[in-house]
Design a binder for this molecule. Structure first.
Ligand SMILES: Cc1cc2nc3c(=O)[nH]c(=O)nc-3n(C[C@H](O)[C@H](O)[C@H](O)COP(=O)(O)O)c2cc1C
Length: 334
């Protein structure tokens, strides 16, 4: 299995695709990897404690070798458990470990992890030290610019400095604060205003710390602009909903001399992967629920998506039919 040496991964995260529960599973990541061979991909958040105690570790940890470079995101607050989980991630072949201090879900916060941990920088620092103890992978952190009324720049800066001293290799900063009470996770991704200037200022006064910005990026030109001041840009919802709009990442961000791919090309290239998944007992919907997002913004896109969804949900989508529909897309130049 190909994995990346510690130093090189720090160049690969110039663009990354955010960890997103129920979205960034291994199938979506395979699709995204067809779009960019370089962008850093993340798993969905895995609760470290669940990983340690489950007998079905492969259900949480398995990925396809093509997905590298790949970061595994852990949620948790128990240093001992995180240490064990980190060793497991390394043995399984991941390239990086990311620690979630940004999720404001009540379920997550009631376990005292996710965004509520921003109020406990020393505990976060211990967690980072533990993640690094038995493992050689880079350990990074994803967090907000503040939580509740603890949202001053001084608090953010001292949080980052303390966690950096504990060894965190990169900070992904979602440029909005989180409200732990009163807003649900979805509202917490929309209502608190985006404050890019706060993240820029953080980088300015901590020039040696690697800082990646996240929140609200919808096109590549915005990312290129942000990369003037920051070390990376993480894209979430826009990559999931409109994956093909990101098809120029390799050319425009990583300087690769290749032409951007069309939807039909990507779908054709995934056929052997889908066939293998079906052979192993999987369902077409597992992959097609993500794949349909490739076809948007073109005539008949809605019909194409509806046909694929309805048929795959009824387990009535043969590969021949998928190829036939995709050939029609190709003939129309998509
Ligand atoms: C459906 C969904 C699930 C998410 N799950 C996670 C998660 O597991 N871990 C995490 O750190 N952030 C999670 N997030 C937050 C994203 O990683 C990202 O920080 C947020 O969507 C803002 O970026 P965007 O504006 O580019 O979407 C999730 C977001 C969405 C939309």
């Amino acid at each position: 299995m190909k994995s990346y040496p510690i130093n090189s991964i720090n160049n690969l995260h110039k663009i990354s695709v955010a960890p997103m529960m129920d979205c960034t599973d291994k199938h979506f990541r395979m699709i995204m990897r067809k779009i960019s061979s370089k962008a850093l991909l993340y798993t969905e958040m895995i609760v470290a404690q669940s990983l340690i105690y489950t007998e079905k570790k492969e259900k949480f940890l398995d990925f396809n070798p093509e997905e590298h470079p790949l970061s595994i995101q852990f949620g948790g607050d128990n240093p001992k458990i995180l240490q064990e989980a980190a060793k497991m991630a390394q043995d399984w072949g991941y390239d990086e470990i990311n620690f979630n201090v940004g999720c404001p879900s009540p379920r997550v916060c009631s376990g005292n992890f996710g965004a509520s941990l921003m109020k406990e920088p020393t505990r976060v620092a211990r967690c980072i030290e533990s993640l690094k103890k038995n493992c050689n992978l880079p350990v990074t952190i994803k967090h907000r610019i503040g939580v509740d009324d603890e949202d001053s720049f001084e608090k953010l800066d001292s949080f980052v400095k303390e966690v950096a001293s504990a060894g965190a290799d990169r900070f992904t900063v979602h440029a909005r604060k989180a409200f732990l009470k009163g807003l649900n996770p979805k509202q917490n991704r929309r209502i608190p205003p985006l404050k890019y200037d706060v993240v820029q200022q953080l980088k300015k006064i901590n020039p040696k710390i690697l800082i990646e910005i996240n929140g609200g990026f919808t096109n590549i030109d915005q990312c290129i602009k942000a990369l003037n001041d920051l070390d990376g840009v993480m894209i979430g919802r826009s990559a999931y909903k409109y994956p093909l709009r990101w098809s120029e990442i390799d050319q425009k961000i990583y300087g690769k001399n290749i032409s951007s791919k069309k939807a039909s090309e990507i779908i054709f290239s995934l056929v052997p992967y889908i066939e293998k998944h079906l052979k192993n007992g999987g369902k077409t919907w597992d992959i097609c629920k993500h794949l349909i997002n490739l076809v948007e913004g073109i005539p008949k896109a809605k019909i194409w998506r509806n046909t694929i969804s309805t048929r795959s949900l009824k387990q009535d989508l043969s590969m021949e039919y998928l190829i036939k529909l995709t050939t029609e897309l190709q003939k129309e130049g998509y």
